[in-house]
Design a protein around this ligand. Structure first.
Ligand SMILES: Cc1ncc(COP(=O)(O)O)c(C=O)c1O
Length: 402
């Protein structure tokens, strides 16, 4: 029906590579098979009780039931600024430099919608969290990509990053207006230090582009590593915004609450587009989110420790099963090279076979872009017993290839 009416924009989104894995997973579950699921970065833990209690208390007050503020209630925006001051020693204006969003993904997508003109170019390094480039594609823009590389400590090869970025900025036509960075990085877990942002901000000012920095995994760091904020760099607010989420640090993924902050011009654009599109997150959730940031932070430590323990159990038990991988410095993932005996399968086929034959679901690296080929991403969302079970299944699976 109405074949002549085409939905061109939506055609720019390809079929999700992960859909192939999800379909198999769902089919197996329908047949009552027990899949050990490391595929999605969906935290399995409970939101800390003091945050839930605040939500319930606020939900009992009728005055909180109406439309809220699309850019976030003042109390939360102020709480976010205070939190940034404590954590990164960055001063922000709650009125003009912060916008609350429905998770950081919504904030990011609407920001891109607000600031992108059709035909614009952006730069996103690969592999990448897919929406980082598809937000531009959806808005009629294009993305220039290059591959990132890293060392044994999962630190970014900074020089190579900047050489590639310079090259892309020279070659891409029209000249890119936006560069997206995401460290700790999903999917690779690669980290950077403040010196990286100093270089990036200096380059942005020289080459004239805006930076969007996603620090969704800022609080999940190990072995003494601390995630820096780009806004710690002097003058960064002239060219950069940062996106953050409560999904991972506070086990609040289903709540959909995050924020974008920094550069006034970009924040103003985001606040404006959101004022046209939505009426804000349910006020009791915003009040509870304020408590999450203002309240005790031991819960964040506990969440981080849980991932670290799982990481260690997985690395040890998978090694015994015949698959060696490195401990990341941050995030809730392990980015693992496919074992040599199954390398020939490629990441998608390996993931499919591992799922069907060993009942282990993970994300094929190619789903994050062609530079992710040869790797898979393991999300640490299963408990230690299930990880050990996965290792037993894995051992049998790998044996069949030797
Ligand atoms: C790098 C990165 N950014 C942003 C998000 C989105 O998080 P949310 O929308 O829950 O805040 C995710 C989710 O997995 C992510 O991995």
């Amino acid at each position: 029906m109405f074949d002549e009416i085409e939905f061109e924009k939506i055609k720019r989104l390809p079929k999700y590579v992960f859909a192939a894995i999800n379909e198999i997973k769902l089919d197996m579950r329908r047949h009552n098979e027990d899949v050990i699921d490391f595929s999605m970065g969906n935290p399995d833990g409970k939101t800390p009780s003091h945050i839930i209690d605040k939500l319930c208390e606020a939900a009992c007050k009728p005055k909180n039931h109406g439309y809220s503020a699309s850019k976030g209630i003042y109390k939360l925006r102020l709480g976010i600024c205070n939190w940034y001051k404590r954590k990164y020693n960055v001063d922000l204006d709650p009125n003009t430099e912060v916008c609350v969003s429905m998770g950081s993904k919504e904030g990011y997508v609407h920001l891109i919608q607000a600031i992108t003109n059709p035909g614009d170019n952006a730069v996103v390094a690969e592999p990448a969290y897919p929406i980082h480039y598809y937000a531009f594609i959806l808005n009629g823009a294009n993305v220039a990509r290059f591959g990132i590389s890293w060392n044994e400590q999962m630190e970014l090869h900074e020089d190579s990053f900047f050489q590639n970025l310079s090259r892309v900025l020279k070659e891409a036509m029209p000249k890119p207006k936006f560069v997206v960075v995401n460290f700790p990085h999903n999917p690779t877990t690669v980290i950077v230090y403040k010196s990286f942002y100093e270089r990036l901000v200096a380059m942005a000012k020289k080459e004239r582009f805006y930076i969007i920095s996603d620090i969704a995994y800022a609080d999940l760091c190990y072995d003494g590593y601390q995630t820096p904020s780009i806004l710690e760099v002097e003058g960064a607010k002239d060219v950069a915004v940062e996106t953050y989420t409560l999904s991972k640090s506070y086990n609040m993924a289903g709540w959909r609450i995050g924020f974008v902050l920094g550069n006034k011009k970009m924040i103003e654009a985001l606040q404006k587009i959101k004022s046209w599109i939505d009426y804000g997150i349910y006020t009791p959730m915003q009040i509870a989110a304020t408590i999450a940031l203002d309240g005790p932070q031991e819960c964040v430590e506990d969440i981080k420790e849980k991932y670290e323990k799982r990481m260690e159990v997985l690395i040890k038990s998978f090694k015994e099963a015949g698959w060696e991988m490195k401990k990341p410095k941050a995030s809730m993932f392990i980015w693992a090279k496919i074992p040599p005996c199954v390398e020939h399968l490629g990441s998608l086929e390996f993931s499919k076979r591992l799922l069907k034959e060993a009942k282990i679901a993970l994300s094929p690296g190619v789903g994050f872009g062609e530079h992710g080929e040869g790797y898979v991403r393991i999300a640490l969302i299963e408990n230690e017993n299930r990880i050990r079970q996965a290792a037993r299944n894995l051992k049998l699976f790998l044996k069949s290839f030797k």
